[in-house]
Ligand binder design. Structure first.
Ligand SMILES: [Zn+2]
Length: 366
């Protein structure tokens, strides 16, 4: 492994993982959540002090409703990001989900992107808010933890042990809710509104927990990450023919090495965005020593850090025999994606073996 500081950096944040997730179609469903109310023991039962109970519950529900409504608006460059930093395939998938024509969606995107770039001219902030709320890209769906998972004790894992997070995150696809559920079950929701209000978990400064997110905001992040990861994949697999099709004509030469070199310049440009490879740093004094390291806002941010580190280390990647996605090779005989946090065995390896067994059974070999 190359000697570089990214390999030495400490990043020991804990991630809190809830077991089950769902899509919330109606925001009023939040009223049904058994949020923890942290009332004094004597008033914790609804029948004893119904008024305090109802008031506190309403306050919590309203907090989440407002936060979720504002999440989309607060993404300052939502439309510009999606327009300029994702791919044609992704826009097509988004249009399919919305059941509208791709060109129509593009026109909307461009219109709102323009609005975002001229936002300083919109004199009243509320006016811009109202306009953005009406965007067809602002989907009312919410992705969140299931109400009954609030009663279960959440699992945790340490961020720096999640070696395959960045390759697993790349398996997500826009509006592919199944893949999002699968990922979130093991790694936690990748991004969202970071707050523990109403939950029996305590968010210290350094751990990561997202109970809810607007599906639009989550999918925009997936879209951009997927697009950036594709460049990483093309570079590490030296897929020069594909790079040639994506680079502007003026950069494509007959020389494979210089095409690859252009791609490396391009991936660095992509990662230099503020919301990509841009970890926060900390400096602290504890147990008699000074400590310094990185900390991350969400799992996308950590995945970008892993991506940058993998580029610097020029890691070997390989396609998994089971799912076909790429994973980072850590030992030469590896054929499958590595195990997810809190698991000992690779789920891809198990799925592959099970399929093999079934096939043999069908052929009457066993
Ligand atoms: Zn796999």
């Amino acid at each position: 492994m190359n000697k570089n500081f990214l390999n030495e950096v400490e990043c020991d944040q804990e991630v809190i993982v809830m077991e089950d997730y769902l899509l919330i179609e109606d925001i009023n469903l939040l009223e049904e959540y058994p949020f923890s109310l942290y009332l004094p023991a004597s008033t914790s039962k609804a029948k004893e002090l119904p008024e305090t109970y109802t008031l506190k519950k309403k306050e919590l529900t309203d907090f989440w409703k407002v936060a979720l409504k504002e999440q989309f608006i607060k993404e300052v460059n939502f439309h510009r990001d999606l327009l300029f930093r994702s791919s044609k395939t992704i826009i097509q998938k988004w249009a399919d989900y919305k059941k509208i024509d791709e060109d129509l969606l593009l026109t909307s995107l461009k219109k709102y992107a323009e609005l975002e770039s001229s936002s300083h001219q919109v004199s009243v902030v509320e006016e811009l808010y109202a306009l953005k709320l009406g965007s067809p890209l602002n989907d009312p769906l919410i992705f969140g933890v299931k109400p009954d998972s609030l009663a279960k004790i959440p699992k945790t894992y340490n961020l720096q042990d999640a070696h395959s997070l960045y390759t697993e995150l790349a398996k997500l696809d826009v509006f592919d809710i199944k893949s999002l559920m699968r990922f979130s079950k093991h790694f936690g929701m990748p991004s969202g509104i970071e707050d523990d209000r109403g939950f029996d978990v305590v968010l210290y400064g350094d751990n990561i927990f997202f109970p809810f997110s607007s599906i639009s905001v989550l999918n925009k992040k997936i879209a951009i990450y997927k697009h950036d990861f594709e460049w990483f994949k093309m570079i590490q697999t030296k897929n020069v023919p594909k790079i040639r099709t994506l680079l502007p004509k003026i950069y494509t030469s007959n020389n494979d090495e210089s095409v690859l070199d252009q791609a490396k310049h391009h991936v660095v440009d992509l990662l230099s965005r503020l919301d990509a490879y841009n970890p926060n740093t900390y400096f602290e004094y504890s147990n008699g020593t000074y400590n310094q390291g990185f900390w991350f806002d969400d799992l996308f941010s950590f995945a970008y850090f892993q991506l940058a580190r993998a580029l610097v280390n020029d890691v070997e990647v390989r396609e998994c025999d089971n799912c076909g996605y790429i994973f980072e090779v850590t030992h030469q005989r590896q054929r499958f994606c590595p195990p997810v946090p809190n698991r000992k065995r690779s789920s891809c390896e198990m799925a592959y073996n099970n399929r093999l067994k079934k096939e043999k059974k069908l052929k009457g070999e066993v």
